[in-house]
Design a protein around this ligand. Structure first.
Ligand SMILES: Nc1ncnc2c1ncn2[C@@H]1O[C@H](COP(=O)(O)OP(=O)(O)OP(=O)(O)O)[C@@H](O)[C@H]1O
Ligand SMILES: [Mg+2]
Length: 239
């Protein structure tokens, strides 16, 4: 289980030197063996939360616990060692390295091609077409996004953190991806998403809106609430 205890994250505005609060006193418990979806408006702080989870950013105040251990000061490598696996909103390209090699490196040991191909199939890519390709700018946005997801699967571990895994993924592959996410439900899965179909497989939904206390609840509690806020936004847009 992961716990955010009064976590705040702020940055200094370079021009005015004023403090800009991005996450304000976040208290959150993320359960194990559970799919937690994090949703909310653009700029609400979701990717920042992912960076804090992975140790790429450190809280300005507050603590982060994993299985009751204080991990606030641990960096990315140490958290990866604890079993944290991540797929970022904007994947990185690794020129000069093949998809197969990237997956092998992520998995941390020598792998047979067949094993590597399974990870690609799990994200809906025809493995033989991709395993020897370079992770460079010739890959499309959707392909790169899926290769990043396959890398997170290859790394494995107990905690999967996926930031908008649906972005750029076509409708046909989407159903397959949903099945892949559901198959991870015995781990701690945290998915940042704007997609209703992903919210519908989540056990817990967290609504994160800029600087305000996150609202969390079961899917049954949160889906009607989200529908309500969508209606309000729709009215605002219409008026
Ligand atoms: N290092 C930084 N310096 C200044 N502002 C930042 C920094 N990091 C994030 N922000 C701001 O904090 C807010 C939250 O950003 P974040 O990327 O976490 O949003 P998000 O919820 O992931 O949005 P989206 O749905 O568009 O992906 C944004 O307004 C962003 O511009
Ligand atoms: Mg984001």
């Amino acid at each position: 289980m992961i716990k955010f205890d009064n976590v705040r994250f702020s940055v200094k505005d370079e021009k005015t030197a004023e403090e800009k609060i991005i996450l304000n006193d976040v208290n959150l418990e993320i359960r194990g063996s559970n799919i937690t979806a994090i949703t909310g408006h653009n700029g609400g702080g979701k990717s920042t939360l992912v960076k804090l989870l992975m140790g790429m950013e450190k809280p300005t105040a507050g603590k982060i616990y994993y299985k009751n251990k204080d991990i606030t000061s641990l960096g990315v490598t140490e958290r990866a060692r604890l079993g944290f696996s991540v797929a970022f909103q904007q994947p990185v390209r690794f020129k000069g390295i093949t998809v197969g090699k990237l997956l092998e490196l992520a998995s941390g040991r020598k792998r047979m091609v067949g094993e590597l191909c399974e990870y690609l199939s799990a994200v809906g890519l025809c493995a033989k077409d991709y395993v020897n390709r370079e992770v460079d700018s010739t890959l499309s946005g959707g392909e790169l996004k899926r290769i990043e997801l396959a890398t997170a699967l290859a790394k494995g571990g107990d905690v999967f953190i996926l930031d908008e895994p649906e972005a750029g993924i076509d409708l046909w592959s989407f159903e397959e991806l949903i099945k892949t996410f559901s198959s991870l439900a015995d781990r701690t899965v945290i998915i940042v998403t704007h997609q209703k179909k992903i919210l519908e497989i989540a056990d817990t939904i967290v609504l994160l809106n800029h600087g305000t206390e996150p609202q969390a609840g079961t899917r049954e509690q949160m889906l009607p609430l989200l529908a309500e806020s969508e209606e309000v936004c729709g009215k605002l847009r219409r008026n």
